[in-house]
Design a protein around this ligand. Structure first.
Ligand SMILES: [Fe+2]
Length: 251
């Protein structure tokens, strides 16, 4: 699905592009190549590759996959793609590299997910060698496009936003941090926390983002900063009793 001349949605279950509860998988076309943002769950890699071909691209031209975070719907498919395409896989150095390469079921939250009926009992996370652990604030050029990263904790410690200019727009690929309507990705799941959100999400203030591309739900080509600001407002609206864990005086 062509979004703009440089941005394509080539995988994801929301719009029925691929099966297997995949996150959105974006293909970015730069002046000197193509790359993917996120890899999906890996249950429908063939469907993903077919979509890429249908858009007129050769999947073998993909040299990099940037993973927003290690969660199964974004990262489990990385190994199959790396094996098929010989591409590099990059993910945050802040826990993501370790988790994708060798995280235990406990560290990955797989045990928790099975115990709470979120994953089937026979679910297996697929690890993948990581070619580069991305640092917070790191800048690099891929396919001729300058990209800056922002590590935003709250949804997971490794959640990374990729900031780049495409087709005259300031674009942010934001994973599961904030969705349309300012919905934040706070989970009852290991590594996700309200405290983390209060620390992480303000890093996305005042970026003047035009186009926001989350890992699920709707994307927008304009007023992306408004979505982020709505998320910040929702966060401020979440009441955390200051007395928790403290002795209450003067009542
Ligand atoms: Fe996630």
């Amino acid at each position: 699905m062509r979004i703009t001349s440089s941005i394509y949605l080539v995988g994801g279950t929301t719009y029925g592009l691929t099966n297997g509860n995949d996150s959105h998988i974006y293909l970015i076309k730069g002046p000197s190549g193509i790359f993917l943002i996120d890899a999906g769950n890996g249950y429908d890699t063939e469907g993903l590759l077919r979509n890429i071909r249908d858009e007129g691209f050769d999947p073998l031209d993909i040299n990099h996959i940037l993973i927003t975070h290690h969660h199964t719907d974004h990262a489990r498919g990385a190994k199959a793609l790396k094996d098929a395409l010989g591409c590099e896989v990059w993910i945050s150095d802040n826990t993501g590299k370790h988790l994708l390469e060798e995280g235990t079921d406990e560290e990955l939250g797989v045990n928790y997910a099975k115990e709470h009926g979120m994953y089937s009992r026979d679910y297996v996370y697929i690890h993948c060698p990581v070619d580069h652990g991305i640092k917070d604030g790191e800048s690099f050029t891929i396919a001729g496009i300058e990209i800056t990263t922002i590590n935003v904790i709250g949804h997971s410690d490794d959640s990374t936003c990729f900031l780049m200019h495409l087709d005259g727009r300031k674009c942010l690929f934001s994973g599961d941090i904030v969705y349309a309507g300012g919905i934040i990705g706070l989970l009852n799941y290991p590594m996700s926390s309200l405290e983390g959100y209060h620390e992480g999400l303000p890093k996305l203030k005042n970026l003047d983002i035009d186009a926001l591309f989350p890992g699920h739900r709707m994307f927008t080509l304009s007023s992306g900063q408004g979505v982020i600001d709505a998320g910040l407002k929702h966060l401020d609206g979440i009441f955390v009793p200051p007395s928790v864990g403290q002795r209450i005086e003067n009542i």
